[in-house]
Design a protein around this ligand. Structure first.
Ligand SMILES: [Zn+2]
Length: 387
């Protein structure tokens, strides 16, 4: 370890060494609390529970009592390491070689959390004012069910009278280099099962049976017959993907009794999960000679949302431009994130590290990206409180 490393790099290293695979806290939140308390932050670590899901510890920290309130959000939990033998360096070693820090969670998103913490503490060390408040909303339940994390932490905070004016979430958003992209929204996600019920029988006596596969193919074709939409100004077109077709029939001379298809739809801001479910039913009901079927829509907590371009988007985009010299693309691509919960409380922007290795073996982040991200956050703090 070299003291030449910046505070953000040292914090990233210390966080990566915590084995905080969801739902384990792994010492990560305790570490953050120990960094914030000496600066006068009020720190809470509420544990949330729900039957059928693991208990999860979270962290809420605040400095200042006034408005406006800038929120930094993130998660310290990480996905499992997978095949540990396939890693070039130990996944929780946080080893630094040639300007790169290796380890699970390095880019998703312990660097993002560390950069936000370091930006605020560096700002305070430099005598910077906070004419308002800064809060940290850090969860240990983003990579898991996302039930006992940000969604409940924000409800808990709102019940205490906490209000927010803007949030930066440090998920990795840049495809190749810092300054490429920030996210101003996310698509929604809806999963479904479609079960078709036929009648089992001998393949040579097909008139005595009813093959569910024939009906299943007609229903699948109807679901995909026409595009759900052509996309919107800020979103890709809504996309339905079948993810599995299951009959489970080991016998070549038997017509099976039932068949099932599973799928998932990533949808844009033209839809809600409710209107989309109704559209699926409408398409299925229009099928001629339809078999007996049952459509099951899985409950979702992932609706599409957009933080419309405006002052807060411009503020963060400007901070990225000031530091990287590049204007980030405003994107809504990728999977879901905790931003979908935050958007109910205040405008939320996602900007973090380069995400090329997230969730992979040999996850890693470059030290210069960590330092650049810290500089972007610090610039955003300056812009936010000057406004
Ligand atoms: Zn993440």
């Amino acid at each position: 370890m070299s003291e030449a490393h910046s505070r953000a790099v040292r914090m990233t290293r210390d966080l990566v060494r915590c084995t905080s695979v969801t739902p384990a806290e792994g010492g990560a939140l305790a570490l953050i609390e120990s960094w914030l308390r000496p600066y006068g932050f009020e720190v809470h670590r509420p544990v949330f529970t729900e039957p059928g899901t693991p208990d999860v510890e979270n962290l809420y920290a605040r400095i200042g009592r006034g408005s406006p309130v800038l929120m930094f959000a993130g998660h310290t939990d990480v996905v499992p390491v997978g095949d540990e033998g396939a890693w070039t360096r130990p996944p929780f070693g946080a080893e630094i070689f040639d300007g790169v820090l290796w380890g699970r969670g390095a880019c998703d998103m312990k660097a993002g959390v560390a950069a936000a913490l370091a930006a605020v503490l560096d700002h305070l060390d430099a005598g910077g004012a906070i004419p308002g408040s800064i809060v940290f909303v850090i969860t240990g339940d983003e990579e898991g069910p996302a039930v006992n994390g940000t969604v409940k932490l924000l409800q808990w905070a709102a019940a205490r009278g906490e209000r927010f004016d803007g949030c930066i979430l440090g998920e990795p958003t840049n495809p190749i280099a810092m300054g490429d992209m920030m996210k101003i929204g996310r698509r929604g996600s809806l999963s479904f099962d479609l079960d078709v019920i036929g009648k089992q029988g001998h393949v040579a006596y097909q008139h005595l049976a009813k093959n569910p596969i024939d009906g299943l193919m007609r229903l699948m074709a109807a679901l995909k017959a026409t595009p759900l939409d052509a996309g919107t100004e800020h979103f890709l077109a809504t996309n339905l993907e079948f993810t599995s077709v299951d009959v489970g029939n080991p016998a070549r001379n038997v017509i099976p009794a039932a068949a099932r298809v599973q799928g998932n739809i990533r949808f844009n801001d033209l839809w809600t999960s409710t209107t989309l479910g109704a559209e699926l039913r409408r398409r299925l009901e229009g099928v001629n000679d339809a078999p007996d079927y049952r459509l099951t829509l899985h409950p979702t907590n992932a609706e599409a949302f957009l933080t419309a371009p405006g002052p807060f988007v411009e503020l963060v985009s400007g901070a990225v431009r000031d530091v990287t010299g590049r204007t980030p693309e405003l994107s809504t691509t990728g999977g879901t994130s905790d931003a979908r919960f935050i958007q109910a409380y205040c405008p939320v922007i996602e900007f973090g590290t380069v995400g090329q290795t997230m969730h992979q073996v040999d996850e890693r982040v470059s030290l210069s990206d960590i330092d650049q991200l810290t500089a972007v956050y610090r610039r955003a703090i300056e812009r936010f409180f000057k406004a």
